[in-house]
Design a protein around this ligand. Structure first.
Ligand SMILES: *Cc1c(COP(=O)(O)O)cnc(C)c1O
Length: 365
């Protein structure tokens, strides 16, 4: 079976470095905080072309901590796309604010700036573009909107480590950005992890404090905080992997280009990258009305696929209290019914990708 993501293949390429770093931490017993975390935070901020990085427990907390540090809470509205992982919406609810879910641009499946503009009210406190599948949103249009309405732009960059918009890395394009290091993400830990990245040092100070029990000093707590820290083992793993990330993204780009070439002309909509965007191809998502049939066919042919995501958030039971109905956000609903993610990871071999392409061609023939 060709998997959707192959974390074993990746570990095999970095085993010596990783095992040595982990053993060092086990011997030093410096598990929370410490030099490995500080080093990773410096390196990741530099990688994102941003001023600072604060490691946190996961990507969901990264978003929720940004909202809390901006004093966004009950009665406030945050606008984002319905077509995202449920965590984007969950994080908005964690701070007590109301998610305002809007539709996507049908071509890219990314947050539609016109829909954002229509959704702005006097209660709006932030806009959250999600760089879904590794592709940055139109940050020029969204930046203009945010400036015109004096709203912070909070990037959900959980799927887009290293992607660029007009030559600039995601993470440096708004007020602050949230990253996830869930194992399957482009930069993945060996457990949960996340980070906030920003140029605003006052904001980052508040986030660091909120994420560490609201501490000012060891024994003095200024605000009711939470425990959301990136541990040293994860930081060490991430720091090693960060040095490989650009070459891994390059490999993803080559696989995506191969798929795009070999799968053109079939009864399938291929991913579309907008001018100005440089995707890091977290996922390769095709669309076809015969999605379920194709997924079953590939499963039998030894090719795993995924769906990101088959139920848009405005139709999830968890968010039913927001009051949306089927038909409210038609582009997202159409995408959810037809999308399919193909295997895409740096270590995918030429023979694997040839097999995947030929099975898909067989299906449409
Ligand atoms: C993974 C993900 C998150 C949440 O990150 P976790 O580390 O799993 O909490 C948020 N938004 C998007 C778009 C994601 O893909």
């Amino acid at each position: 079976m060709i998997p959707l993501v192959d974390l074993k293949a990746q570990y095999a390429t970095i085993k010596t470095e990783i095992d040595q770093a982990i053993e060092e931490i086990l011997v030093n017993t410096s598990f929370v905080g410490g030099p490995r975390l500080e080093q990773f935070e410096r390196n990741f901020a530099a990688y994102c072309e941003a001023g600072e990085c604060v490691g946190v427990a996961n990507g969901t907390d990264a978003l929720a901590l940004i909202f809390r540090a901006l004093s966004i809470g009950p009665g406030d509205e945050i606008i984002t796309t319905t077509h995202t992982f449920a965590a984007t919406v969950g994080a908005i609810m964690m701070c007590g604010a109301t998610p305002v879910l809007v539709d996507i641009e049908p071509q890219t499946m990314l947050l539609c700036p016109d829909a954002v503009e229509r959704a702005i009210t006097p209660k709006t406190r932030a806009i959250v573009p999600v760089h879904l599948y590794g592709q940055p949103c139109d940050m020029d249009r969204l930046g203009e909107l945010a400036r015109a309405h004096s709203l912070p732009l909070i990037e959900d960059a959980a799927q887009a480590h290293g992607a660029r918009w007009q030559g600039r890395r995601v993470g440096s394009l708004g007020t602050a950005a949230a990253f996830s290091f869930y194992p399957g993400k482009n930069l993945g830990a060996y457990g949960d992890g996340g980070a906030v990245v920003s140029d605003d040092s006052e904001l980052m100070k508040r986030i660091r404090q909120l994420a560490n029990h609201g501490r000012r000093t060891k024994y003095e707590h200024d605000v009711p905080g939470v425990n959301s820290r990136l541990d040293a083992l994860q930081a060490a793993v991430l720091d090693i992997k960060l040095a490989h990330l650009d070459s891994w993204s390059q490999a993803r780009r080559q696989h995506a280009a191969y798929y795009a070439k070999q799968l053109s002309g079939l009864e399938m909509t291929l991913p579309r990258v907008s001018p100005g965007a440089e995707s890091v191809w977290h996922l390769f998502v095709v669309r076809t009305p015969r999605r379920d049939e194709l997924a079953r066919y590939l499963e039998r042919a030894g090719v795993a696929t995924g769906m990101h995501y088959p139920v848009p958030n405005h139709l999830q039971t968890a968010f039913a209290n927001l009051g949306y109905q089927r038909g409210d956000l038609p582009h997202s609903e159409g995408a959810a019914e037809s999308l399919l993610s193909l295997p895409l990871y740096p270590e995918l071999t030429n023979s694997q990708r040839e097999l995947i392409v030929s099975r898909i061609r067989d299906f449409f023939a």
